[in-house]
Design a protein around this ligand. Structure first.
Ligand SMILES: Cc1ncc(COP(=O)(O)O)c(C=O)c1O
Length: 404
C-alpha cells in the first residue's frame, strides 16, 4: 500500500525508458544533497560512498564552491577561448602552482584530458624526440581505465569497454600493470610516453607494488620518454595527498586531472606539464569550445584554493586509516581482500556470498550508496568531508550486509 505512494518506482521506469542503457544504475532517484548525504525523491537519506566517482571530493554543494559558481553565473559564463576572460589566468596560474608545473591546458571531461595528453606526447615525440613520422608509440597498462573515446577504448583490456568499437587506433602497447621489467622491455626508440593510473580506480582500487612508480619514473627519464600520470580519479586529495604519485615522491612529466577539479558542479579537466612539453602546441592544433570557460575556471580556482590549504588531504589521510581499520576487520567475515589509500577503498567480497551488485543493492536498502566493479568488488570513495562517525556507520552497514 505504502509502496504505491512512493515516487521512486515510476521515476526509475521513466529514466530507463528514455535513455540508452549504457549504465546500470542502482534503483534510487536522488533529488537533493548536502555534504556527504543524499536525499531521494521519497525523502530517504543515503550516505554517499561513491562521491560521483571522486568528482565530489569536497562533498555536495560545498559552500565556497557554490558561492564561486553563483557569483560567476551572475557575471559571465562563456566566452570561448577566442577571447580571454578574467577568470582564466588565476585558474591556470594557481593550478600550475599546485602541480609544480609551468603550464596548464584546461579541457572539460577526463577523457578529453587523456586525449590531450596523447596528442601532446605524440607531438613532443615528433618535434622534440625526433621519432620517425607516424611511428610514435605509447605504453599503457592492462586493467587501465582512461575514458570512453574511440582512441582510449582502443587500448582498453576490458572486453565490454572495447568490443565492437573498432577499427582501433594504433600506437599503443599494453604491458602488465605493476611489472617494471615488462615496461622497460617494451620501451624502444619510438616510445614517446608511458600512460598510467598511479592507482587503478575502475579496476577496483588496485595499487601497484611499492617501487613501481619510482621505477617507471627512472625508466622514462633514462630513455627520454614522457611519464603521463592519469590522476583524474586518484588525484586532488582522494588518497591523502594532493596526487597519488606523491606517496612515492614521484613527479610525472604530465598530470591529467579531472573529476574533483570541477567541484562536483561543472566538468573541468586539465593537463599540467612544463613548457618543454605543453609548449609544443601551437594555435589551431588543439582546443575545446567549453574548455577553460569562466564558470569552470571560477569553480576550479576555488577547488585549487581548497586543496592549497592541505585540509582535505589531511582529512583523507587520517580518516582513511579509520576506514582501513574498519574494513580490515571484515576480512574473513565476507571480505576476501581490502585495498585502501586515503579515503579510497576497493573491497573484494567473497563471491560465494553475493555479487558486488547485490552487496550495493543491500547497502542501498540500508542507506549507503556505493558502486560495484568487476563482479565481486565494491569501491568506496566517500566525499572527503565525511566524519569518522559516518565512516563507522558505513562500515557497520557493510558488516550487516555481509552477515546476511
Ligand atoms: C583514471 C580515469 N581516467 C579518465 C577517466 C575518464 O573521465 P571522464 O568520465 O570524465 O571522461 C576516468 C573516469 O572514471 C578515470 O577514472
Amino acid at each position: 500500500m505504502i509502496e504505491d505512494m512512493l515516487r521512486t518506482p515510476s521515476a526509475v521506469r521513466d529514466a530507463e525508458r528514455y535513455t540508452a542503457h549504457n549504465y546500470h544504475p542502482l534503483p534510487v532517484v536522488i533529488s537533493s544533497a548536502e555534504g556527504a548525504w543524499l536525499t531521494d525523491v521519497d525523502g530517504r537519506r543515503y550516505l554517499d560512498c561513491l562521491a560521483g566517482y571522486s568528482a565530489l571530493n569536497f562533498g555536495h554543494r560545498h559552500p565556497a564552491l557554490i558561492r564561486a559558481a553563483h557569483e560567476q553565473l551572475d557575471r559571465l559564463t562563456l566566452t570561448s577561448r577566442a577571447f580571454i576572460h578574467d577568470q582564466f589566468a588565476d585558474f591556470c596560474r594557481e593550478l600550475a602552482a599546485l602541480c609544480g608545473k609551468d603550464l596548464v591546458l584546461p579541457m572539460n571531461t577526463g577523457a578529453e584530458a587523456v586525449e590531450t595528453g596523447i596528442k601532446v606526447a605524440r607531438k613532443w615525440g615528433y618535434q622534440v624526440k625526433r621519432v620517425a613520422p607516424g611511428q610514435a608509440n605509447i605504453i599503457v597498462a592492462d586493467g587501465n581505465f582512461h575514458g570512453r573515446t574511440t582512441t582510449i577504448v582502443s587500448f582498453s583490456t576490458d572486453a565490454d569497454a572495447r568490443a565492437d568499437f573498432g577499427p582501433y587506433t594504433p600506437g599503443f602497447t599494453v604491458v602488465p600493470y605493476g611489472d617494471l621489467a615488462a615496461l622497460e622491455a617494451a620501451i624502444d626508440e619510438n616510445t614517446v610516453a608511458v600512460l598510467l593510473e598511479p592507482i587503478q580506480g575502475e579496476q577496483g582500487v588496485v595499487l601497484p607494488p611499492e617501487g613501481y612508480l619510482p621505477g617507471v619514473r627512472r625508466a622514462c627519464t633514462d630513455r627520454n620518454v614522457l611519464f603521463i600520470a592519469d590522476e583524474i580519479q586518484s588525484g586532488l586529495g582522494r588518497t591523502g595527498r594532493t596526487f597519488a604519485c606523491d606517496h612515492e615522491g614521484v613527479v610525472p612529466d604530465m598530470y591529467l586531472l579531472g573529476k574533483a577539479l570541477g567541484g562536483g558542479i561543472v566538468p573541468v579537466s586539465a593537463v599540467a606539464a612544463d613548457a618543454d612539453v605543453l609548449g609544443v602546441l601551437r594555435p589551431g592544433q588543439h582546443g575545446s569550445t567549453f574548455g577553460g570557460n569562466p564558470l569552470a575556471c571560477a569553480v576550479a580556482t576555488e577547488v585549487v584554493r581548497l586543496l592549497a590549504t592541505g585540509e582535505f588531504q589531511r582529512r583523507s589521510a587520517e580518516l582513511g586509516e579509520r576506514l582501513r581499520a574498519g574494513l580490515e576487520g571484515l576480512l574473513g567475515s565476507g571480505l576476501v581482500a581490502v585495498r585502501v589509500r586515503g579515503l579510497w577503498a576497493g573491497v573484494d567480497i567473497d563471491p560465494a556470498l553475493m555479487t558486488g551488485r547485490q552487496a550495493c543493492e543491500r547497502l542501498m536498502d540500508r542507506g549507503v550508496l556505493a558502486k560495484d566493479t568487476h563482479g565481486s568488488t565494491i569501491r568506496l570513495a566517500p566525499p572527503l568531508v565525511i566524519t569518522s562517525d559516518e565512516i563507522d556507520h558505513a562500515v557497520a552497514q557493510l558488516a550487516a550486509v555481509l552477515a546476511g
